[in-house]
Design a protein around this ligand. Structure first.
Ligand SMILES: *Cc1c(COP(=O)(O)O)cnc(C)c1O
Length: 395
């Protein structure tokens, strides 16, 4: 009898892969999920076995059956060759940047990158002699003009953190490759479900698995997935850096990923519904959501993405700060806090103007990032509606 996990995996479709990839129940007495393997030391049966190191598991840091399961599941979904897990998304970004740079290199990073990514470039990488140029995320093939003979990495994040500009990934990747640079991408917003990085020329895809892969706001986790060319380099470098993800967190990632498709579809539909509703509000001047037809990034989103997540932003018409506080402080269903991708709705004011260097981000009014969770959309609208009423009174 065939076992779950057997068979020609390549021919299976996404929903089936999400459920079956990385699973081998009969390696665990038939239990549907693998146990949480806790361990540092792995024993060898003989001196000969130790010296040859031919057994699958040799040391806790180098992987367990639990980490293998999640790495395979993420790798299948991303469409890469091999995945490594890290203790957070930020650690994945740092490890990937360290693996593909050396002193004297120049790298190009999207001006819309997650702020800790910028910090990594302006801090550790700079100290180690790597120079960063931040570029306009909408540059497309024009990135060629920014490439120097020592440019070794082009880093993308699409859509960009906070402001959600979609990048022309195939055009940027082609330009980077023509000059021999590695293409690294933070693919957290879409998750590996809604953007397939390796079909668009990316070499290394990074996930803050903390977000939609874990999906329940109860663990920190990251992943780095490489293509054929990048995987051997990652294999070597991740070992030197010594990072590995905690097994409990890895298990929560496995628990989360099995339902990612049904969760994300709801985040997508509800998010777009609220985005359209916000667009009609007199208090709102614009909504930054690439799946909206009115968004400047809509055509690229439609061309390259298979769906949208529940994270976007909106800009209010100019109001005093106390009015924004009155609106947000009284929300009953939207929490205020960092991170996103869990089952709950969140709001967070932000200001993208101070940290941009390659582009100017101009707003007349305050900007708010919003994550639409799995609640009933009508209740979320009621909550926001009451918030707008408070905003009006305090304006
Ligand atoms: C949250 C986030 C990260 C960092 O992930 P952590 O797990 O919080 O370290 C990286 N990139 C993007 C786009 C994120 O939203």
């Amino acid at each position: 009898m065939g076992q779950p996990g057997d068979g020609p995996k390549k021919k299976r479709r996404t929903s089936t892969n999400i459920v079956h990839s990385g699973r081998d129940p009969f390696a665990h007495h038939g239990f549907v999920n693998p146990p949480v393997y806790r361990g540092s030391t792995v024993l060898f049966k003989s001196l000969d076995a130790f010296e040859k190191r031919e057994q699958r598991y040799v040391y806790g840091r180098r992987g367990t059956p639990t980490t293998d399961a999640l790495e395979e599941a993420i790798c299948t979904l991303e469409g890469g060759v091999r995945t490594w897990l890290t203790p957070s998304g930020a650690a994945a970004i740092a490890a990937a940047l360290l693996a593909f740079t050396k002193a004297g290199d120049h790298i190009l990073v999207a001006d819309t990158a997650y702020q800790p990514t910028r910090k990594m470039c302006n801090g550790i990488l700079k100290r180690f002699g790597v120079e960063t140029t931040f570029y306009d995320p909408l540059i497309g093939a024009g990135i060629t003009k920014l490439m120097k003979p020592n440019t070794t990495v082009v880093f993308l994040e699409s859509p960009g953190s906070q402001t959600f500009e979609v990048q022309d990934v195939p055009a940027i990747a082609a330009a980077a490759k023509a000059k021999g640079a590695w293409v690294l991408m933070d693919n957290t917003w879409a998750s590996p479900l809604y953007f397939k990085p390796f079909e668009h020329g990316v070499d290394v895809s990074i996930q803050a698995a903390t977000k939609y892969i874990v999906g329940h706001a109860d663990a920190m986790l990251g992943s780095i997935t490489g293509n054929e060319r990048a995987a051997p380099i990652m294999l070597d470098e991740t070992q030197s850096i010594g990072i590995c993800a905690g097994t409990e967190e890895v298990y929560l990632g496995l628990r989360g990923i099995r339902t990612i498709e049904v969760r994300l579809e709801r985040h997508w539909r509800s998010g777009l519904d609220i985005a359209r509703w916000l667009e009609q509000r007199p208090e709102v001047s614009r909504v930054l959501h690439p799946a909206l037809e009115s968004n400047p990034s809509h055509a690229l989103w439609k061309r390259d993405f298979l769906g949208a997540s529940g994270l976007f932003a909106f800009e209010l018409k100019p109001v005093p700060k106390k009015a924004v506080a009155a609106m947000l402080d009284g929300l009953q269903l939207f929490g205020m806090g960092a991170s996103w991708g869990g089952f709950e709705s969140l709001v967070l004011p932000f200001n993208a103007t101070p940290y941009r260097t390659a582009t100017k981000w101009e707003t007349a009014g305050p900007t708010v990032r919003i994550h639409i969770g799995l609640e009933d959309v009508a209740d979320l609208k009621d909550d926001l509606d009451a918030g707008f009423a408070r905003l009006k009174v305090a304006s």
